[in-house]
Design a protein around this ligand. Structure first.
Ligand SMILES: [Zn+2]
Length: 468
């Protein structure tokens, strides 16, 4: 994610509050899947007792009536005996649930859809859950990052976007980065409209005044990286020089972004040279003409607002390694995504635009406000995940590079991306990785920069060549 509010001084406004979250749930009874996946900040996000492997979501959406009708099928493995388990789904009305093709009882309260299969599921068994649902999707009450969820335009166009929440606004899901899964979308929209999503584009077909679009992401990814965008898009297809298929979608009014979009191959080649081979199977971008306050790294096909720049594209593409391939475990690990993606912008500026990063660092440290220093980069507290990770995060990564040296820093990033490719990771694991690769005890450095709420002491602020 790249927040436009990070351009302005009110960093405290960059928060992601979720006022509707109920309190943490108690330990569930035997045979009952937990109603939360264990995130300390969002305890009711996601669910326990199963491991989702794939989602197949089929939706029909009419921009005139603004009504969605969906059928989703989740395939999962039971990680315990399950008499009952939950999925996350907001607002929409559930009509019918089947588990392994047998009707199942269900209850829907708040964002928790509780399902009781006809027969308990044995630990280790693979099962499918089919949910028929519909209604008018909603959005989250306004938060610091803007509205999340199902964003609609007056024209009828819609965009399902948000971090940490978005998927549960339009399909039933285990909404936690701890349970990545593959994703397939079949979307029926009235003729003249186009439905764009992540992954590879499948066949388009039409009949009875409707057009069907198919998209498939075979890599297991967290649900906040899935999306659905329905608009009258101008679609451009091409390939990266590596052969990866590219689909760019330009909403009406965003056609002027085509020149910018054409620089994607250059960006991916640069990032691949720094972080290792491109970890996704598709590429491109969704260019909107609606002024959302963030860009989001929707998998292999980030979503951009009208203020998109090359730097924003570099940032969202860096996430294809850090965030979309190396997956965070808890939202307190967000620096794994954002500090690294923000610093990728610096690396691009240095290599491609001739920026002197030491000078830039010194200048930014000099003007940094107390607000900037007070933001923690790890364990920052719910609602404060995005406060410091962009600006202070990039400074911290530059200080780390000076502390360990350029060569070691490059090795740290490429080895991290390779070791954790398509796996969950935590910030403390990254710290141990840095110490192992550099051979240095960096406890003081990490405490000062990532856990501290004050300007780091001189030796951490100006390490290595920065001390001159
Ligand atoms: Zn980001």
């Amino acid at each position: 994610m790249w927040l436009v509010c990070c351009l302005i001084s009110t960093l405290v406004a960059c928060t992601a509050q979720d006022p509707q979250q109920p309190p943490a749930t108690a330990k569930p009874a035997p045979g009952v899947g937990a109603a939360g996946a264990g995130d300390p900040y969002y305890p009711t996000d996601g669910n326990g007792g199963y491991d989702a492997t794939s989602y197949r979501v089929e939706v029909r959406y009419n921009p005139q009536t603004r009504r969605l009708a969906g059928t989703s099928t989740m395939t999962a493995e039971a990680t315990q005996t399950l008499q009952r388990f939950n999925l996350d789904l907001r607002t929409l009305t559930v009509g019918e649930v089947e588990v392994d093709a047998q009707p199942a009882r269900f209850g829907h309260r708040g964002s928790e859809l509780t399902i009781t299969p006809a027969k308990p599921l044995a630990k280790g068994s693979t099962f499918t859950v089919r949910v028929r649902y519909g209604g008018q999707p909603s959005r989250e009450a306004k938060s610091g990052v803007g509205q999340l969820g199902w964003l609609t335009k007056r024209s009828g166009a819609v965009y399902a976007l948000g971090e940490p929440h978005s998927a549960s606004f339009w399909y039933p899901v285990n909404e936690t980065p701890r349970d990545p899964a593959s994703f397939e979308l079949i979307a029926h929209v009235p003729e003249g409209w186009t439905a764009v999503s992540i992954g590879r584009r499948g066949k388009t077909s039409s009949g009875d005044g409707w057009t069907t679009f198919r998209w498939k992401e075979s890599t297991a990814i967290p649900s906040y990286l899935t999306t659905l965008a329905i608009d009258k898009f101008d679609i451009r297809q091409s390939k990266l020089s590596s052969g990866v298929p590219v689909v760019d979608a330009f909403a009406p009014g965003a056609e002027d972004k085509k020149a910018l979009a054409s620089r994607l191959d250059e960006v991916v080649r640069f990032l691949s040279s720094r972080f290792g081979s491109y970890p996704q199977k598709s590429a491109g971008g969704i260019y909107l003409d609606v002024d959302i306050p963030f860009a989001l790294e929707t998998n292999g096909r980030p979503t951009y607002a009208p203020w998109v720049s090359l730097s924003v594209i570099v940032h969202e593409y860096a996430h294809q390694w850090f965030g979309n391939s190396v997956l965070l475990t808890s939202w307190s690990d967000i620096c794994l995504n954002e500090c690294l993606a923000s610093y990728a912008e610096w690396l691009w500026a240095e290599a491609e635009e001739g920026a002197d990063l030491d000078t830039r660092y010194q200048a930014e440290v000099e003007i940094a406000s107390a607000d900037l220093w007070s933001s923690k980069l790890y364990d920052m507290g719910r609602g404060h995940e995005f406060d410091g990770v962009y600006d202070k995060g990039a400074l911290a990564m530059h200080a780390l590079r000076a502390e360990v040296g350029d060569k070691t820093f490059d090795k740290i990033l490429t080895e991290w991306a390779a070791k954790k490719r398509h796996r969950n990771a935590t910030w403390p694991e990254f710290e141990r990785h840095v110490e192992r690769v550099s051979g240095k005890d960096l406890d003081g450095f990490f405490d000062a920069w990532f856990r501290g709420t004050e300007k780091p002491a001189e030796r951490y602020l100006y390490p290595g060549r920065l001390s001159k």
